[in-house]
Every structure is written in C-alpha cells, then in structure tokens.
Design a protein around this ligand. Structure first.
Ligand code: AMP
Length: 218
C-alpha cells in the first residue's frame, strides 16, 4: 500500500509509521529522519538544512523532493511505502503526483492524524531521542527505564533542537500556513481518511490498523 501520513508535528505520525512498517512491511520514508541523518553526517546538504530545521522552518522543496525521489526508486519501495512528513507543501504534493505517475503508480490513501493543540505541545515538549540509535521516548508517555538513558543501546537521551518551546511555536505556525492546506488538497481528490490521534499509541494503532484493513490491507 502507498500511504501518506499527514498531520502537525507531534501527532505521532512517525511512531505509527514505525508500527505499520513492523506489521505490514511497507518501509517508512521520513524526510525529517533523512534530513537529521544528513545533519549528523555533516554533509553539505545537512549543514545547509540544519539552519532551517533549528529555526522550525521548512527546507526548500527541491531538497526534499530529490531525497524522496531517490528513496522511491529503491527496490524496497516497490511493494508500497509510508511517506512520513512529506509532502508538506502543495508544490511537494504536486511533484509527488508527477513522480508516481511517471512510474505508472498512484497513492492509495492519505491518513490525516488529528490531535488537539494542547496534546501536540505536550507530546513535542516531552519527546527525547537517543543520541546514538535515534529511538524515541517521552518523559511522561513512554519514559525510559533509566532516566536519560536509551533502553535499547544505553545511549544518552537528548531533546531535539526543534522541540524547544520557541521552535515548537514556529513549527506549528509553518504547519498551519504551509501544510494544513494539503488536507483540503487531498480531500478534493477524495483520498483522505481522518484519524483520531488522541490517546496512547496502542489505541491510535488499533484505530489506524482498522482503517488500513478497511482499505484492503491484509
Ligand atoms: P519532522 O521530523 O518531520 O518533524 O521534520 C523535522 C524538520 O525537517 C522540519 O521542521 C523541517 O525543517 C524539515 N523537514 C522535514 N520534512 C520536510 C519537508 N517535507 N519539507 C520541508 N522541510 C522538511
């Protein structure tokens, strides 16, 4: 199945995409993860993107479009994929349509995760990730067994620069202005399933899996 996970930062798209990948096997393509990897590796693209990311702004469309294009070309993505955090602007969505139709394929569905603003801020501000293996935790909702330490590899848990309070506000503004219009864009094509993203991750997973089964996922 070819899916787009849409929603504001902090709605849980990435966590749910990981769970769907584990259950159904479609790989997750997260432009945020790819960009953070480029930043860690200090590539020229990463160093350039870091400025926008730390400020809570979007990196230029062309940068993420090229990243996604090369991922979609990989054999692993031929059976399906989950796009997490892409597209984030209408031009990115249009370019995605072109990329897919050039390959003779199309998206199956856009899942729009809905969570209250209050919950989003709580989820983002408590999020911590492992500086070594990038596993994600939450101080209240998914705390590590030992404070400040990754359960999987023992690495130090850190807060993402863009999860600091002032940047959270900037990211939500960018979402409202540039990404939220994609809901109407895909709604007009009757491609959207709206999903209640509130509650714990198991509850959200159950709702999501039932939507995916309704779409024919086995
Ligand atoms: P995320 O992990 O999806 O919240 O992404 C983290 C940051 O990476 C965003 O705040 C943007 O700066 C950048 N980013 C990720 N995906 C995109 C995208 N599709 N278009 C532009 N910038 C992106």
């Amino acid at each position: 199945m070819r899916l787009v996970f849409l929603g504001a930062p902090g709605v849980g798209k990435g966590t749910q995409a990981d769970r769907v990948t584990a259950q159904f096997g479609w790989p997750k393509i997260s432009t945020g993860d790819l960009l953070r990897e480029a930043v860690r590796n200090q590539t020229s693209l990463g160093l350039e993107a870091k400025k926008s990311m730390d400020a809570g702004k979007l990196v230029p469309d062309i940068v993420v479009i090229n990243m996604v294009r090369s991922k979609l070309d990989e054999p692993l993505c031929q059976r399906g994929f989950i796009l997490d955090g892409f597209p984030r602007t209408v031009p990115q969505a249009e370019e995605l349509n072109r990329m897919l139709s050039d390959g003779g394929i199309k998206l199956d569905r856009v899942i729009n995760f809905r969570v209250s603003r209050h919950d989003i801020v709580a989820r983002l501000s408590g999020r911590r990730s492992c500086s070594n293996c990038q596993s994600v935790f939450h101080l209240d909702f998914a705390p590590p067994n030992v404070s400040g330490q990754c359960d999987r590899c023992g690495g130090a848990l850190v807060q993402r620069n863009d999860d600091k309070p002032e940047t959270i506000e900037a990211r939500l503004k960018v979402y409202d202005e540039q990404t939220a219009p994609l809901i109407a864009y895909y709604d007009a094509k009757q491609m959207v399933s709206h999903l209640d993203g509130s509650g714990d991750m198991t509850q959200v997973s159950e709702r999501l899996v039932s939507v995916l089964r309704g779409l024919g996922a086995a």
